[in-house]
Design a protein around this ligand. Structure first.
Ligand SMILES: CC(C)(COP(=O)(O)OP(=O)(O)OC[C@H]1O[C@@H](n2cnc3c(N)ncnc32)[C@H](O)[C@@H]1OP(=O)(O)O)[C@@H](O)C(=O)NCCC(=O)NCCS
Length: 157
């Protein structure tokens, strides 16, 4: 798993993939005080699971189990790209997304993306920014398309 530094701070973060894969354009577009970056090995304490709970019932993982999953995901090369948007002042995650790269026999390389935003921050364009960042990575990974899934119950008229 690559180790990198969060550009805005001096604190070393153990990131799930290289920061360079994050779209500079999306980074520029974010409101002041928010950072978009790859998931870090200590993001359990920043509320990563709370963000994911808007998608589905989330099993209450202890920190050690969450960390084991983080490292298991990172041990599969060039496949999982989990990222987050963090409120720097609160040091809390507001939005999260993952790109999952699929290698197919008939269509080459495709990808799926999943996006979640904490309830209090929905409709503030954070979901859009996460989706744009995932599509950017998808292009860098050579995917011919990226598919976003959403259950009907979450679709608003
Ligand atoms: C769906 C979700 C990721 C969107 O993120 P967001 O930050 O709230 O949405 P944004 O402000 O970025 O909106 C982007 C666009 O999506 C639309 N949109 C947002 N949520 C929507 C929903 N639930 N149904 C339909 N359209 C939606 C917005 O109207 C906007 O459209 P526009 O560009 O035409 O104005 C977020 O609301 C969320 O996590 N919801 C709960 C979980 C979920 O449904 N995830 C989707 C996968 S199942």
């Amino acid at each position: 798993m690559p180790t990198s530094r969060q550009p805005a701070e001096d604190t070393p973060l153990d990131l799930a993939f290289a920061q360079e894969l994050i779209s500079p354009e999306v980074t520029r577009t974010l409101p002041v005080g928010l950072t978009i970056r790859p998931l870090s090995s200590d993001d359990y304490s920043r509320g990563h699971l709370t963000v994911l709970s808007v998608l589905t019932m989330v099993k209450d993982l202890w920190a050690a189990a969450w960390a084991a999953q983080f490292h298991a995901i990172g041990s599969v090369p060039d496949t999982y790209y989990p990222l987050v948007i963090v409120d720097n002042t609160l040091d809390r995650i507001l939005a999260a997304g993952t790109l999952f790269v699929e290698r197919k026999f008939r269509h080459g390389t495709g990808s799926r993306r999943l996006v979640a935003v904490v309830t209090s921050q929905q409709r503030n364009r954070l979901g859009l920014r996460v989706a744009q960042a995932l599509v950017h990575i998808s292009g860098k990974a050579g995917c011919y398309k990226t598919v976003g899934n959403c259950v009907d119950a979450n679709i608003r008229e």
